[in-house]
Design a protein around this ligand. Sequence first.
Ligand SMILES: *Cc1c(COP(=O)(O)O)cnc(C)c1O
Length: 385
Amino acid sequence: MYAKGISSLPPYLFAGIDKRKEEARKKGVDVIDLGIGDPDLPTPPHIVEALCHAAKDPSNHRYPSYEGLLSFREAVATWYKQRKHVNLDADDEVLTLIGSKEGLAHSVFAFLNPGDIALVPDPAYPVYNNATVLAGSTPYSVPLTEEHDFKPDLESIDKEIARKAKIMFLNYPNNPTAATVEKNFFKEVVDFAHENDIIILHDNPYSELTFDGYEAPSFLAVKGAKEVGIEFNSLSKTYNMTGWRIGYAVGNSEILEGLRIVKTNIDSGAFQAVQIAGIVALTDSQDSVKRNMEIYRERRDIAVTGLRAAGVEVKTPKATFYLWAKVPSGFSSIQFSMFLLERTGVVVTPGLGFGKHGEGFFRLAFCISGERLKEACERIKRLNL
Ligand SMILES: *Cc1c(COP(=O)(O)O)cnc(C)c1O
């Protein structure tokens, strides 16, 4: 019944855990879910207010423009200038998205023919690989290993594959490994893209979720980047707006035009009232972002300290709301997640679910109160791993 793309998708590895989680809940187990990367904190009130107001205006009830309100795109350009020191022309270097996920997935359809190659990091956010598969194209996995600080070793990519590849996905600060990079790394990427004529799609939704003075660079802040790529960003994680579906892509106008053409044939743009609230989010006081980061930093420290006390090996990340921790010896990542859920009611995500090279690790998301995090770590400690 289904198209080839669907049957070619990798198996959904979280199904077993989802099922056991539901079963545990039904049995009355006090489940602590550290599996989901979705902010538990509410959208700041001034942004909600802006939506309520805009939703009452009938001029926002009609189809929006495909590329998004110019005023929204201008707010993005101003924000990028201020936060990332990147100059953008709001007119043709910014494209509004209904969340960055759809933009990432639709990009594949703009640039790849069936059989074409996309370089996809492994482990990674599954959309890069799976959209490529749905398009009938071929993902080529680029390992992110601990030895290489979870950055792709561009030198080691097969030369012929590199020459053939048309696009490459990247994501720093990284989900799931919480790895970060400095601008120098993006310089290497730009050179690699020029040499091999590859379009770079950099996914940057955690650009503001940083700690201890670290600032996440934009890919576009590097010389020559705008010639080879675009960057995706989103209001989802920065402003606790995952449910609102508003994001954007910025950078090379020709690349953005490809994505725009695909989108004009599939969707009809983001609700204007949400874009107007998005302008308020981007241009008003950023104090709420700072406060949120303080909360995340506190939780990060609780989780790192708690896991280490429980005998789990984990590094302190400089960004994202994830910890990428070592699976204790004797378990596969899936076995460990199942074991943890059964014995403690704590849900974590097995690394294998993000790709073959995720094996040996599990991901913990701290989108839950510090108190619950503490409780989760104490339960894990009682296992005497
Ligand atoms: C959360 C997330 C996104 C999706 O964000 P939306 O804008 O809500 O679609 C994209 N990429 C990564 C790596 C994410 O973790």
